[in-house]
Design a protein around this ligand. Structure first.
Ligand code: SF4
Length: 326
């Protein structure tokens, strides 16, 4: 460790003021403290926001759900409205980490968590995300767990959050508060692909604070679920995952929301899969045909070619699980 200052924000206004001066927000600390121990992150000032009133789950006027940024993963996963309305979110959260971590980690922190690329966490390795311009050790190194979609010459790391995949599928919005006021950003625009600046990961301006994630209302019934494929059955990050939500009425799929995890530099929305489903009647043939386009545009690396077929199979299987129960 190294010296840093720590301050607990007594109010949102004071938190924003500290953030504007360059303070780094911390709540559960389950990612940031690890990274500080490994000296991957070296913030000079930590601003503890855990006491701010951002810990409620409320139904929006339009019938969607607003999850406060400081709601813990455990609380969100167990919340009756989340479980009954958007089980895909509950399942993604429960499959994310150990119970101890889920009790500490917050929704805001979960979508802000940083990649598990081992080279990023090894301060002796070249890593453009940690140290811009230093190179990418993963490109020529061992890249079995890395991304096949949304990569750039400068970075091929996956985004590690499961909940973010569910939020991306459901086209959630991230509510932000900063020196310039409030705004809401579509989830697809909040997390940034690496491009030439993999060190810039979110569409946040200096001092901005996540206040909530809002999931829009969907027609009922909406069946949904999350499937995570990994090397072992618990406490492991996804090799591939699929978040699926379907609204089927009169035997026809009217709404389809699908995203994949473990394969993209950001949670990967699958619009071609969604288009293939809408207006069709559920069938084994449909699930296979729609999932066939799940890996369109993939650029696998030396060690992760298996992810192309694994992704198609993961999406097909989750379409079947959700669709057959709809
Ligand atoms: Fe760093 Fe990204 Fe390369 Fe990993 S994949 S070493 S995070 S630049």
């Amino acid at each position: 460790m190294y010296p840093f200052s720590f301050t607990k924000a007594p109010s949102t206004r004071e938190a924003l003021e500290a953030g504007r001066r360059g303070g780094r927000y911390i709540a559960g600390g389950t990612t940031l403290v690890d990274l500080m121990r490994e000296t991957v992150e070296r913030p000079e000032t930590l601003v503890d926001i855990s006491g701010l009133p951002l810990d409620e789950i409320t139904v929006t006027e339009r019938g969607g759900l607003r999850i406060g940024a400081l709601v813990t993963m455990s609380e969100a996963a167990a919340h009756r409205k989340v479980r009954t309305t958007y089980p895909v979110v509950s399942q993604a959260l429960e499959l994310s980490a150990s119970a101890q971590l889920r009790n500490m980690a917050t929704i805001g922190g979960n979508i802000m968590q940083r990649t598990r690329c081992t080279y990023f966490r090894d301060v002796t390795a070249a890593c453009n995300k940690r140290e811009p311009g230093s190179g990418c050790a993963a490109r020529e190194g061992y890249n079995r767990t890395h991304a096949i979609l949304g990569t750039s010459e400068d970075c091929v790391a996956t985004h590690p959050s499961d909940a973010a995949v569910a939020f991306a599928a459901l086209e959630a919005r991230v509510h932000l508060l900063g020196p310039g006021g409030e705004r809401a950003v579509p989830f697809a625009e909040f997390l940034l692909r690496p491009g030439r600046t993999p060190n810039r990961e979110q569409a946040l301006t200096k001092g901005e604070l996540i206040t909530a994630v809002e999931i829009p209302a969907y027609p009922r019934p909406l069946k949904s679920g999350y499937l995570k494929v990994r090397d072992r059955q618990s406490y492991e990050f996804a090799l591939t995952s699929a978040a699926v939500a379907l609204h089927i009425r009169g035997g026809v799929i009217r709404e389809a929301k699908v995203a994949a995890g473990g394969v993209g530099t950001v949670p990967w929305k699958l619009p071609a899969v969604e288009r293939a489903l809408i207006g069709e009647r559920p069938s084994e043939r449909l699930w296979a045909r729609a999932a066939a386009s799940a890996a369109d545009g993939a650029r696998p690396l030396k060690h992760n070619r298996f992810k192309v077929e694994l992704l198609q199979r993961t999406v097909e299987r989750q379409l079947r699980i959700v669709g057959d129960n709809a």
